[in-house]
Design a protein around this ligand. Sequence first.
Ligand code: F6P
Length: 520
Amino acid sequence: MTTTRTRGDRTAAWGALAAHYEASGKGFDLRRAFAGDPGRFASLSQAAPHVFADLSKNLIDAHTESLLMALARESGLEAHRDAMFAGAHINATEDRAVLHTLLRAPPGASVGAKLAGAFSDVQATLSAMLAYAEQVRADHTITDVVNIGIGGSDLGPQMAVLALDADVAPGKRFHFVSNVDGHELAAVLRGLAPEHTLFLVASKTFTTAETMANARSAKRWFEQSGSVDIARHFAALTTNVEAARAFGIETTFGFWDWVGGRYSLWSAIGLPIALAIGAEGFRRLLAGAHAMDDHFRTAPLERNLPVRLGLLDVWYRNFHGFTSRGIAPYHSALRRLPAYLQQLEMESNGKQVDMSGEPVSAATSPVLWGEPGTNGQHAYFQMLHQGTDVIPLEFIAVRDAAHDLEGHHAKLLANALAQAQALMVGQADAGGHRNFPGNRPSSFFVLERLTPESLGAFLALYEHRVFTSGSVWGINSFDQWGVELGKVLARDIEPRLASGDTGGLDASTAGLLLRLRPRA
Ligand code: F6P
Protein backbone atom coordinates (compact mmCIF):
# COMPACT_ATOMS: atom_id res chain seq x y z
CA MET A 1 0.00 0.00 0.00
CA THR A 2 1.32 3.43 -0.82
CA THR A 3 0.13 6.52 0.95
CA THR A 4 0.03 10.01 -0.36
CA ARG A 5 1.22 12.42 2.24
CA THR A 6 1.54 16.13 1.72
CA ARG A 7 3.65 18.09 4.13
CA GLY A 8 1.31 20.26 6.16
CA ASP A 9 3.26 23.43 5.47
CA ARG A 10 2.72 22.90 1.73
CA THR A 11 -1.07 22.79 1.93
CA ALA A 12 -3.55 25.58 1.30
CA ALA A 13 -4.91 25.06 4.81
CA TRP A 14 -1.50 26.03 6.26
CA GLY A 15 -1.72 29.41 4.58
CA ALA A 16 -5.30 29.82 5.80
CA LEU A 17 -4.17 29.02 9.34
CA ALA A 18 -1.35 31.56 9.09
CA ALA A 19 -3.84 34.21 8.00
CA HIS A 20 -6.27 33.18 10.76
CA TYR A 21 -3.46 33.46 13.31
CA GLU A 22 -2.66 36.99 12.18
CA ALA A 23 -6.31 38.03 12.06
CA SER A 24 -7.54 36.62 15.37
CA GLY A 25 -5.33 33.81 16.65
CA LYS A 26 -2.56 35.85 18.21
CA GLY A 27 -4.97 38.19 19.95
CA PHE A 28 -7.27 35.41 21.12
CA ASP A 29 -8.58 35.93 24.64
CA LEU A 30 -10.01 32.95 26.52
CA ARG A 31 -12.07 35.10 28.87
CA ARG A 32 -13.75 36.88 25.98
CA ALA A 33 -14.26 33.58 24.19
CA PHE A 34 -16.12 32.07 27.16
CA ALA A 35 -18.15 35.25 27.67
CA GLY A 36 -19.17 35.25 24.02
CA ASP A 37 -19.99 31.58 23.64
CA PRO A 38 -22.09 29.78 26.25
CA GLY A 39 -21.60 26.52 24.33
CA ARG A 40 -17.81 26.71 24.40
CA PHE A 41 -17.27 24.03 27.05
CA ALA A 42 -19.65 21.61 25.31
CA SER A 43 -18.17 22.07 21.86
CA LEU A 44 -14.54 21.98 22.94
CA SER A 45 -14.76 19.07 25.34
CA GLN A 46 -15.48 15.48 24.54
CA ALA A 47 -15.66 11.98 25.90
CA ALA A 48 -13.50 9.34 24.27
CA PRO A 49 -13.08 5.77 25.53
CA HIS A 50 -12.20 5.94 29.26
CA VAL A 51 -11.02 9.55 28.97
CA PHE A 52 -12.87 12.85 29.11
CA ALA A 53 -11.00 15.85 27.75
CA ASP A 54 -11.75 19.53 28.15
CA LEU A 55 -9.96 21.52 25.46
CA SER A 56 -12.02 24.66 26.00
CA LYS A 57 -9.26 26.50 27.89
CA ASN A 58 -7.12 26.44 24.74
CA LEU A 59 -6.53 29.31 22.32
CA ILE A 60 -8.86 27.95 19.67
CA ASP A 61 -12.42 28.34 18.49
CA ALA A 62 -14.63 26.49 16.04
CA HIS A 63 -13.05 28.30 13.09
CA THR A 64 -9.52 27.38 14.21
CA GLU A 65 -10.56 23.76 14.55
CA SER A 66 -12.21 23.68 11.14
CA LEU A 67 -9.03 25.03 9.50
CA LEU A 68 -7.00 22.44 11.41
CA MET A 69 -9.32 19.69 10.17
CA ALA A 70 -8.74 20.92 6.62
CA LEU A 71 -5.01 20.77 7.30
CA ALA A 72 -5.34 17.14 8.45
CA ARG A 73 -7.35 16.21 5.37
CA GLU A 74 -5.07 18.00 2.91
CA SER A 75 -2.02 16.36 4.51
CA GLY A 76 -3.49 12.89 4.00
CA LEU A 77 -3.76 12.06 7.70
CA GLU A 78 -6.61 9.59 7.28
CA ALA A 79 -4.87 7.56 4.57
CA HIS A 80 -1.66 7.60 6.56
CA ARG A 81 -3.48 6.39 9.67
CA ASP A 82 -5.21 3.63 7.70
CA ALA A 83 -1.88 2.59 6.21
CA MET A 84 -0.43 2.20 9.70
CA PHE A 85 -3.32 -0.01 10.84
CA ALA A 86 -3.06 -2.03 7.62
CA GLY A 87 0.61 -2.84 8.16
CA ALA A 88 2.13 -0.72 5.38
CA HIS A 89 5.82 0.04 5.88
CA ILE A 90 5.22 3.61 6.97
CA ASN A 91 8.52 3.57 8.88
CA ALA A 92 10.31 3.98 5.57
CA THR A 93 13.82 4.72 6.84
CA GLU A 94 13.86 1.33 8.54
CA ASP A 95 11.52 -0.29 5.99
CA ARG A 96 9.19 -1.47 8.74
CA ALA A 97 5.52 -1.64 9.48
CA VAL A 98 4.22 0.10 12.60
CA LEU A 99 1.81 -2.26 14.26
CA HIS A 100 1.71 -1.70 18.00
CA THR A 101 -2.07 -1.49 17.54
CA LEU A 102 -2.06 -5.17 16.52
CA LEU A 103 -0.72 -6.05 19.97
CA ARG A 104 -3.92 -4.71 21.50
CA ALA A 105 -6.46 -6.25 19.12
CA PRO A 106 -8.64 -8.66 21.10
CA PRO A 107 -8.49 -12.41 20.45
CA GLY A 108 -10.68 -13.24 17.49
CA ALA A 109 -10.47 -9.73 16.00
CA SER A 110 -10.64 -9.69 12.22
CA VAL A 111 -7.36 -8.13 11.17
CA GLY A 112 -7.39 -9.09 7.51
CA ALA A 113 -5.48 -11.76 5.63
CA LYS A 114 -2.25 -9.77 5.42
CA LEU A 115 -1.91 -9.47 9.18
CA ALA A 116 -3.40 -12.84 10.14
CA GLY A 117 -0.03 -14.58 10.54
CA ALA A 118 1.45 -11.78 12.62
CA PHE A 119 -1.71 -11.62 14.73
CA SER A 120 -1.63 -15.31 15.50
CA ASP A 121 2.06 -14.95 16.58
CA VAL A 122 1.01 -12.03 18.80
CA GLN A 123 -1.74 -14.05 20.43
CA ALA A 124 0.47 -17.10 20.98
CA THR A 125 3.26 -15.03 22.54
CA LEU A 126 0.80 -13.11 24.70
CA SER A 127 -0.73 -16.33 26.02
CA ALA A 128 2.69 -17.79 26.79
CA MET A 129 3.85 -14.62 28.50
CA LEU A 130 0.69 -14.30 30.57
CA ALA A 131 0.85 -17.96 31.60
CA TYR A 132 4.44 -17.38 32.70
CA ALA A 133 3.37 -14.24 34.59
CA GLU A 134 0.71 -16.19 36.49
CA GLN A 135 3.20 -18.94 37.29
CA VAL A 136 5.68 -16.44 38.73
CA ARG A 137 2.92 -14.62 40.62
CA ALA A 138 1.98 -17.89 42.28
CA ASP A 139 5.61 -18.61 43.18
CA HIS A 140 6.00 -17.05 46.61
CA THR A 141 9.70 -17.77 46.71
CA ILE A 142 10.17 -15.00 44.11
CA THR A 143 9.84 -11.79 46.09
CA ASP A 144 11.75 -9.37 43.85
CA VAL A 145 11.50 -8.71 40.13
CA VAL A 146 14.27 -6.63 38.56
CA ASN A 147 13.64 -5.24 35.09
CA ILE A 148 16.89 -4.40 33.32
CA GLY A 149 16.22 -2.24 30.27
CA ILE A 150 16.38 1.37 29.10
CA GLY A 151 14.27 3.77 27.03
CA GLY A 152 11.14 2.03 25.86
CA SER A 153 12.29 -1.14 27.57
CA ASP A 154 12.11 0.67 30.91
CA LEU A 155 9.92 3.77 30.86
CA GLY A 156 6.63 2.14 29.86
CA PRO A 157 6.72 -0.82 32.25
CA GLN A 158 8.06 1.31 35.08
CA MET A 159 5.46 4.04 34.61
CA ALA A 160 2.61 1.51 34.33
CA VAL A 161 3.64 -0.58 37.34
CA LEU A 162 3.72 2.60 39.45
CA ALA A 163 0.49 3.91 37.94
CA LEU A 164 -1.40 0.70 38.66
CA ASP A 165 -0.01 0.36 42.16
CA ALA A 166 -3.53 -0.02 43.58
CA ASP A 167 -3.98 -3.18 41.47
CA VAL A 168 -0.61 -4.71 42.32
CA ALA A 169 -0.90 -7.87 44.39
CA PRO A 170 1.20 -7.72 47.55
CA GLY A 171 4.15 -10.06 47.92
CA LYS A 172 6.45 -8.89 45.18
CA ARG A 173 8.66 -5.85 44.88
CA PHE A 174 9.47 -4.38 41.47
CA HIS A 175 12.77 -2.71 40.66
CA PHE A 176 13.79 -0.98 37.44
CA VAL A 177 17.44 -0.65 36.52
CA SER A 178 18.13 1.35 33.39
CA ASN A 179 21.20 3.53 33.80
CA VAL A 180 24.66 2.23 33.03
CA ASP A 181 25.64 4.09 36.19
CA GLY A 182 26.56 1.19 38.47
CA HIS A 183 25.22 3.08 41.48
CA GLU A 184 21.73 2.19 40.32
CA LEU A 185 22.23 -1.56 39.95
CA ALA A 186 24.45 -1.76 43.04
CA ALA A 187 21.77 -0.09 45.18
CA VAL A 188 19.14 -2.56 43.97
CA LEU A 189 21.39 -5.62 44.36
CA ARG A 190 22.19 -4.64 47.95
CA GLY A 191 18.63 -5.42 48.98
CA LEU A 192 18.24 -8.70 47.07
CA ALA A 193 18.70 -12.41 47.72
CA PRO A 194 19.51 -14.32 44.52
CA GLU A 195 17.21 -17.24 45.35
CA HIS A 196 14.25 -14.87 45.67
CA THR A 197 14.97 -12.72 42.61
CA LEU A 198 13.81 -12.82 39.00
CA PHE A 199 15.78 -10.70 36.52
CA LEU A 200 14.07 -9.64 33.31
CA VAL A 201 16.48 -8.50 30.65
CA ALA A 202 14.35 -6.26 28.45
CA SER A 203 15.85 -5.08 25.18
CA LYS A 204 14.30 -5.00 21.75
CA THR A 205 17.68 -5.34 20.09
CA PHE A 206 19.56 -7.12 22.88
CA THR A 207 22.56 -4.99 21.99
CA THR A 208 21.96 -1.77 23.94
CA ALA A 209 25.18 -1.01 25.80
CA GLU A 210 23.62 0.01 29.11
CA THR A 211 21.32 -2.98 29.28
CA MET A 212 24.03 -5.45 28.32
CA ALA A 213 26.40 -4.03 30.95
CA ASN A 214 23.72 -4.26 33.64
CA ALA A 215 22.64 -7.74 32.54
CA ARG A 216 26.22 -9.01 32.61
CA SER A 217 26.76 -7.57 36.08
CA ALA A 218 23.49 -9.02 37.37
CA LYS A 219 24.40 -12.44 35.99
CA ARG A 220 27.86 -12.24 37.51
CA TRP A 221 26.38 -11.25 40.89
CA PHE A 222 23.94 -14.16 40.68
CA GLU A 223 26.62 -16.69 39.76
CA GLN A 224 29.11 -15.37 42.30
CA SER A 225 26.54 -16.08 45.01
CA GLY A 226 26.80 -19.75 44.01
CA SER A 227 23.42 -19.81 42.26
CA VAL A 228 23.20 -21.73 39.01
CA ASP A 229 19.56 -21.84 37.99
CA ILE A 230 19.66 -19.11 35.31
CA ALA A 231 16.62 -20.61 33.58
CA ARG A 232 14.49 -19.96 36.67
CA HIS A 233 15.94 -16.58 37.66
CA PHE A 234 16.48 -14.85 34.29
CA ALA A 235 14.10 -14.19 31.43
CA ALA A 236 14.67 -12.13 28.30
CA LEU A 237 12.15 -9.92 26.49
CA THR A 238 13.48 -9.22 23.03
CA THR A 239 13.12 -9.43 19.27
CA ASN A 240 16.62 -10.94 19.26
CA VAL A 241 15.93 -14.26 20.92
CA GLU A 242 19.14 -15.76 19.50
CA ALA A 243 21.30 -13.16 21.22
CA ALA A 244 19.45 -13.76 24.49
CA ARG A 245 20.16 -17.48 24.20
CA ALA A 246 23.81 -16.80 23.39
CA PHE A 247 23.90 -14.69 26.55
CA GLY A 248 22.76 -17.77 28.46
CA ILE A 249 19.07 -16.99 29.01
CA GLU A 250 16.72 -19.82 28.12
CA THR A 251 13.40 -18.30 29.12
CA THR A 252 12.59 -15.83 26.37
CA PHE A 253 9.53 -13.94 25.14
CA GLY A 254 9.81 -12.44 21.70
CA PHE A 255 8.31 -9.58 19.76
CA TRP A 256 8.77 -8.09 16.32
CA ASP A 257 10.62 -5.35 14.47
CA TRP A 258 7.30 -3.60 13.80
CA VAL A 259 6.99 -2.71 17.49
CA GLY A 260 8.93 0.50 18.15
CA GLY A 261 10.77 0.65 21.47
CA ARG A 262 8.63 3.52 22.77
CA TYR A 263 5.49 1.65 21.68
CA SER A 264 6.49 -1.66 23.23
CA LEU A 265 4.88 -1.86 26.65
CA TRP A 266 2.01 -3.74 25.00
CA SER A 267 4.39 -6.52 23.89
CA ALA A 268 6.58 -8.91 25.90
CA ILE A 269 8.27 -5.76 27.23
CA GLY A 270 5.09 -5.44 29.35
CA LEU A 271 5.91 -8.59 31.33
CA PRO A 272 6.67 -6.62 34.54
CA ILE A 273 3.19 -5.11 34.24
CA ALA A 274 1.62 -8.55 33.84
CA LEU A 275 3.61 -9.78 36.85
CA ALA A 276 2.36 -6.81 38.85
CA ILE A 277 -1.34 -6.79 37.92
CA GLY A 278 -1.87 -10.32 36.59
CA ALA A 279 -2.90 -11.72 33.23
CA GLU A 280 -6.42 -10.38 33.46
CA GLY A 281 -5.17 -6.93 34.41
CA PHE A 282 -2.78 -6.90 31.45
CA ARG A 283 -5.59 -7.87 29.09
CA ARG A 284 -7.65 -5.00 30.51
CA LEU A 285 -4.77 -2.62 29.78
CA LEU A 286 -4.71 -3.87 26.18
CA ALA A 287 -8.50 -3.57 25.94
CA GLY A 288 -8.40 0.07 27.04
CA ALA A 289 -5.78 0.85 24.42
CA HIS A 290 -7.75 -1.05 21.79
CA ALA A 291 -10.87 0.99 22.54
CA MET A 292 -8.84 4.15 21.86
CA ASP A 293 -7.39 2.58 18.68
CA ASP A 294 -10.93 2.03 17.41
CA HIS A 295 -11.87 5.58 18.28
CA PHE A 296 -8.82 6.93 16.40
CA ARG A 297 -9.50 4.67 13.41
CA THR A 298 -13.23 5.31 13.07
CA ALA A 299 -14.37 8.56 14.71
CA PRO A 300 -14.89 11.49 12.35
CA LEU A 301 -11.93 13.85 12.57
CA GLU A 302 -14.04 16.55 14.20
CA ARG A 303 -14.85 14.27 17.16
CA ASN A 304 -11.62 12.30 17.14
CA LEU A 305 -9.78 13.17 20.33
CA PRO A 306 -6.23 12.17 19.35
CA VAL A 307 -6.67 14.06 16.09
CA ARG A 308 -7.97 17.18 17.85
CA LEU A 309 -5.06 17.07 20.27
CA GLY A 310 -2.41 16.46 17.62
CA LEU A 311 -3.75 19.37 15.57
CA LEU A 312 -3.83 21.60 18.64
CA ASP A 313 -0.16 20.73 19.09
CA VAL A 314 0.54 21.84 15.51
CA TRP A 315 -1.40 25.07 16.07
CA TYR A 316 0.63 25.89 19.19
CA ARG A 317 4.02 24.84 17.84
CA ASN A 318 3.85 26.32 14.37
CA PHE A 319 1.52 29.29 14.60
CA HIS A 320 1.79 30.47 18.22
CA GLY A 321 5.44 29.36 18.31
CA PHE A 322 5.19 27.72 21.75
CA THR A 323 8.29 25.63 22.31
CA SER A 324 7.26 23.41 25.18
CA ARG A 325 4.34 21.70 26.86
CA GLY A 326 3.98 20.89 30.54
CA ILE A 327 2.45 17.67 31.86
CA ALA A 328 0.91 17.86 35.32
CA PRO A 329 -0.64 14.60 36.46
CA TYR A 330 -2.70 15.24 39.59
CA HIS A 331 -2.07 11.71 40.81
CA SER A 332 1.18 10.69 42.42
CA ALA A 333 1.00 7.21 40.87
CA LEU A 334 1.47 8.92 37.49
CA ARG A 335 4.80 10.39 38.55
CA ARG A 336 6.76 8.69 35.75
CA LEU A 337 4.22 9.67 33.10
CA PRO A 338 6.06 12.86 32.06
CA ALA A 339 9.28 10.88 31.47
CA TYR A 340 7.36 8.25 29.51
CA LEU A 341 5.67 10.92 27.36
CA GLN A 342 9.00 12.64 26.78
CA GLN A 343 10.33 9.58 24.99
CA LEU A 344 7.05 8.97 23.20
CA GLU A 345 6.79 12.45 21.75
CA MET A 346 10.34 13.77 21.57
CA GLU A 347 11.91 10.58 20.20
CA SER A 348 9.05 10.25 17.73
CA ASN A 349 8.73 13.82 16.52
CA GLY A 350 12.10 15.40 17.29
CA LYS A 351 13.03 15.38 13.58
CA GLN A 352 14.45 17.95 11.18
CA VAL A 353 13.92 16.28 7.82
CA ASP A 354 10.73 15.07 6.17
CA MET A 355 9.99 11.62 4.77
CA SER A 356 12.09 12.29 1.69
CA GLY A 357 15.05 13.58 3.68
CA GLU A 358 14.45 17.24 2.86
CA PRO A 359 14.81 19.75 5.71
CA VAL A 360 11.47 20.69 7.24
CA SER A 361 10.61 24.34 7.26
CA ALA A 362 8.22 24.28 10.20
CA ALA A 363 9.14 23.44 13.80
CA THR A 364 8.52 19.89 15.02
CA SER A 365 8.40 18.34 18.52
CA PRO A 366 8.08 20.70 21.46
CA VAL A 367 9.94 20.00 24.70
CA LEU A 368 7.79 17.95 27.07
CA TRP A 369 8.37 18.07 30.78
CA GLY A 370 6.44 17.88 34.00
CA GLU A 371 5.90 16.77 37.57
CA PRO A 372 2.85 15.66 39.47
CA GLY A 373 0.56 18.25 41.02
CA THR A 374 0.40 19.60 43.61
CA ASN A 375 4.23 19.40 43.84
CA GLY A 376 4.77 21.38 40.65
CA GLN A 377 2.68 24.22 42.08
CA HIS A 378 5.40 24.83 44.65
CA ALA A 379 8.15 24.79 42.07
CA TYR A 380 7.70 25.74 38.44
CA PHE A 381 4.10 26.99 38.36
CA GLN A 382 5.35 30.48 39.25
CA MET A 383 6.83 30.70 35.77
CA LEU A 384 3.66 29.32 34.15
CA HIS A 385 1.55 32.03 35.80
CA GLN A 386 3.85 35.03 35.61
CA GLY A 387 6.82 34.17 33.38
CA THR A 388 7.39 35.68 29.98
CA ASP A 389 6.79 32.45 28.02
CA VAL A 390 3.41 30.90 27.42
CA ILE A 391 3.52 27.16 28.08
CA PRO A 392 0.37 25.13 27.48
CA LEU A 393 -0.17 22.81 30.43
CA GLU A 394 -1.95 19.48 30.58
CA PHE A 395 -3.83 18.55 33.73
CA ILE A 396 -4.61 14.89 34.29
CA ALA A 397 -7.05 14.28 37.14
CA VAL A 398 -8.68 11.09 38.41
CA ARG A 399 -12.17 11.43 39.89
CA ASP A 400 -12.09 8.50 42.36
CA ALA A 401 -9.19 8.00 44.73
CA ALA A 402 -7.80 4.55 45.46
CA HIS A 403 -7.32 5.36 49.16
CA ASP A 404 -9.68 6.42 51.94
CA LEU A 405 -7.64 9.11 53.67
CA GLU A 406 -10.15 11.78 54.52
CA GLY A 407 -10.09 15.09 52.69
CA HIS A 408 -6.98 14.54 50.58
CA HIS A 409 -8.60 13.84 47.26
CA ALA A 410 -10.92 16.84 47.36
CA LYS A 411 -7.94 19.07 48.12
CA LEU A 412 -5.98 17.53 45.24
CA LEU A 413 -8.80 17.97 42.72
CA ALA A 414 -9.59 21.47 43.96
CA ASN A 415 -5.98 22.41 43.30
CA ALA A 416 -6.05 21.04 39.77
CA LEU A 417 -9.23 22.95 38.98
CA ALA A 418 -7.97 26.11 40.65
CA GLN A 419 -4.66 26.12 38.80
CA ALA A 420 -6.33 25.69 35.41
CA GLN A 421 -8.77 28.45 36.35
CA ALA A 422 -6.03 30.79 37.59
CA LEU A 423 -3.96 30.27 34.45
CA MET A 424 -6.94 31.29 32.38
CA VAL A 425 -8.61 34.08 34.35
CA GLY A 426 -5.53 35.78 35.78
CA GLN A 427 -5.73 38.72 38.16
CA ALA A 428 -5.05 42.41 37.79
CA ASP A 429 -2.70 44.26 40.12
CA ALA A 430 -1.72 47.86 39.64
CA GLY A 431 1.57 47.24 41.43
CA GLY A 432 2.59 44.64 38.88
CA HIS A 433 4.09 42.01 41.17
CA ARG A 434 0.77 40.40 41.92
CA ASN A 435 -0.44 40.72 38.36
CA PHE A 436 -1.44 37.46 36.69
CA PRO A 437 -1.86 38.04 32.96
CA GLY A 438 -4.13 35.01 32.58
CA ASN A 439 -5.13 33.76 29.13
CA ARG A 440 -2.63 30.93 29.62
CA PRO A 441 -3.89 27.81 27.89
CA SER A 442 -4.39 24.36 29.35
CA SER A 443 -6.07 21.07 28.54
CA PHE A 444 -7.75 19.06 31.27
CA PHE A 445 -8.14 15.29 31.17
CA VAL A 446 -10.43 13.37 33.51
CA LEU A 447 -10.25 9.66 34.17
CA GLU A 448 -12.99 8.24 36.38
CA ARG A 449 -10.56 5.86 38.02
CA LEU A 450 -6.96 4.92 37.36
CA THR A 451 -7.49 1.37 36.09
CA PRO A 452 -5.69 -0.78 33.55
CA GLU A 453 -8.37 0.16 30.99
CA SER A 454 -8.17 3.90 31.56
CA LEU A 455 -4.37 3.90 31.61
CA GLY A 456 -4.28 1.86 28.39
CA ALA A 457 -6.71 4.21 26.69
CA PHE A 458 -4.87 7.30 27.90
CA LEU A 459 -1.50 6.08 26.62
CA ALA A 460 -2.97 5.10 23.25
CA LEU A 461 -4.55 8.56 23.07
CA TYR A 462 -1.08 10.11 23.35
CA GLU A 463 0.44 7.70 20.85
CA HIS A 464 -2.14 8.65 18.25
CA ARG A 465 -1.84 12.32 19.06
CA VAL A 466 1.90 12.10 18.37
CA PHE A 467 1.09 10.23 15.15
CA THR A 468 -1.24 13.04 14.11
CA SER A 469 1.22 15.91 14.57
CA GLY A 470 4.06 13.86 13.05
CA SER A 471 1.86 13.02 10.10
CA VAL A 472 0.97 16.67 9.45
CA TRP A 473 4.64 17.64 9.75
CA GLY A 474 5.46 15.06 7.08
CA ILE A 475 8.16 13.38 9.18
CA ASN A 476 8.84 9.77 10.12
CA SER A 477 7.68 9.46 13.74
CA PHE A 478 8.94 5.90 14.00
CA ASP A 479 12.71 6.03 13.60
CA GLN A 480 15.27 7.46 16.05
CA TRP A 481 18.55 7.97 14.20
CA GLY A 482 19.30 10.93 16.44
CA VAL A 483 20.29 8.64 19.30
CA GLU A 484 23.09 6.96 17.36
CA LEU A 485 25.96 9.45 17.15
CA GLY A 486 26.48 9.75 20.90
CA LYS A 487 26.51 5.95 21.25
CA VAL A 488 29.30 5.66 18.66
CA LEU A 489 31.37 8.42 20.23
CA ALA A 490 31.02 6.85 23.71
CA ARG A 491 32.53 3.64 22.36
CA ASP A 492 35.55 5.61 21.17
CA ILE A 493 35.90 7.58 24.41
CA GLU A 494 35.58 4.71 26.89
CA PRO A 495 39.06 3.22 26.34
CA ARG A 496 40.58 6.72 26.30
CA LEU A 497 39.46 7.20 29.91
CA ALA A 498 41.83 4.37 30.85
CA SER A 499 44.65 5.26 28.45
CA GLY A 500 44.48 9.04 28.65
CA ASP A 501 44.78 9.25 24.87
CA THR A 502 43.22 12.53 23.73
CA GLY A 503 44.50 12.41 20.15
CA GLY A 504 42.02 13.85 17.66
CA LEU A 505 39.59 15.09 20.32
CA ASP A 506 38.41 18.69 20.50
CA ALA A 507 40.01 20.72 23.30
CA SER A 508 36.95 20.70 25.54
CA THR A 509 36.32 16.96 25.38
CA ALA A 510 40.04 16.33 25.87
CA GLY A 511 40.24 18.65 28.89
CA LEU A 512 37.20 17.12 30.54
CA LEU A 513 38.41 13.58 29.83
CA LEU A 514 41.68 14.31 31.60
CA ARG A 515 39.77 15.66 34.61
CA LEU A 516 37.51 12.64 34.74
CA ARG A 517 40.26 10.01 34.40
CA PRO A 518 40.53 7.82 37.45
CA ARG A 519 43.41 8.78 39.71
CA ALA A 520 45.87 6.05 40.56
O1 F6P B 1 18.68 4.60 22.02
C1 F6P B 1 17.31 4.73 21.81
C2 F6P B 1 16.62 3.41 21.88
O2 F6P B 1 16.85 2.70 20.73
C3 F6P B 1 15.14 3.58 22.14
O3 F6P B 1 14.43 3.86 20.99
C4 F6P B 1 14.81 2.29 22.77
O4 F6P B 1 13.57 2.31 23.43
C5 F6P B 1 15.98 2.12 23.71
O5 F6P B 1 17.07 2.64 22.98
C6 F6P B 1 16.26 0.74 24.17
O6 F6P B 1 16.51 -0.12 23.11
P1 F6P B 1 16.47 -1.67 23.30
O7 F6P B 1 15.11 -2.05 23.75
O8 F6P B 1 16.82 -2.25 21.97
O9 F6P B 1 17.50 -2.04 24.35
